[in-house]
Design a protein around this ligand. Sequence first.
Ligand code: NAG
Length: 458
Amino acid sequence: MTSLLALAVLAEYSGTLVVINQTPYTWEQTYVHSYQMNEWTFPQSIPPGETANIAVGFATGTGVTVSDDGGEVTFTFLDGFDNPWSFQLQARAPSDNLNIQAYMQTLSAANNPQGSTIPLGFLTTGLFGSGSSVFILSQFDDSPFYTNNPPTAWMQSMVSYLGFLTLRNICMPGSHDAGMSSIDGSTAGVTNSDAITQTNSIGGQLAFGSRYFDIRPVISSGIFKTGHYSQESTGIWAGANGQTMSSLIGEINAFTGDNAELIILNLSHDLNTDSGYVSFTSSDWTNLFQQMLEIEHLFVAPNPTTVDLSTMRLEQFIGNGEAAVVVVVQSSVGESTIGSYASSGFYPYGAFDVYNSYINTDNANTMMNDQFTKLAQQRQSPDDPLFLLSWILEQSVADIVGSDSILDLALTAYPMLFAELFNYATQNSYPNILYIDNIHNADVTALALAVNNFAQNI
Ligand SMILES: *[C@@H]1O[C@H](CO)[C@@H](O)[C@H](O)[C@H]1NC(C)=O
């Protein structure tokens, strides 16, 4: 009996809940309660701008009914309101599925009315692996509050508050190797674990809020697809194809039919896999542009051949209530092929020039230090050129052999983005693109909204 109890007490599913307050208000803890939780302790107050990392432990083991585990904590905005706003964070484990959720007690937020509950999940890696969860609430001036479940058209909902900002002033999520959510043909020996970077197609990533897409066009059996290839030291090309260009176009059009958002497609790493893995010729580019003309709402700027899109205001793209899709192309051949397509929404790389410097490591701490050092160097004012925070880990040979997939690695880096970003970002130095693998919910969009609100709050 004693040993059973000891086991019951020792065993737990533990992890961290990151709570981000990017509202102008101090949150006071006004109620706390838990049953059978090993860890459920919150700070008495969470001031504006603060990120709190909370240890969470669900009890499990012999003699413990995990589904009975539960915790609640209420935070109230005590800033002299007659009817102060409050929300409650809750730990739940229905059918042993661990979850943290946010209940909008008296608070209402954009897309989350008072009384609604937002599931936050409790992402675990492996058996008894550490779980992670994040709750983000942000607001600027008299804008609505934004949570982890923002409106799908989140940029449009921001336009009336922050539409005067240029793209250099704004933060948005971006998708690494956006087309690689499924494999449609590969070279010998390439497996899902080495080629899949996303678990949702472009349409899913758009719905979760990603707005900047790394698109690598390839020609395979005469068809334009997205791809992910690299040349090995032996000179041999290895890689795989992902979504076809036609499905990508279809999903973008379906999305912009309902959502007047700004979407940026960055085309690079062009490769003709049909004829010796060479770069596109100018007629390949023309054929690709011709197909991409099927994208609706392609955005044509004034002076499209000389414009710097990054200095244009958000409202100039989508303020008229229409979507805006921008296609950015680089390659000596691709850029010179743009020609008359410049009047259709195709731009040279200089029109949306993003600082993008990744580090080749599979270690999340090394990657983080590298990226935040570069951020501090590159961005010292909100008007400095665009910076992409490359929150990406690269597989080592050992990872590939040991079958640590790209998605496994991404999972080790993912929670750190939320826990650490506001320890490094300042109002003068914050990233423009939060660039990640596996966009699987709107958390990173909520984080981008929090950065935007943070950057403007005084
Ligand atoms: C965008 O394209 C440029 C060149 O065309 C490339 O160097 C850069 O890496 C691409 N950005 C991303 C995030 O993939």
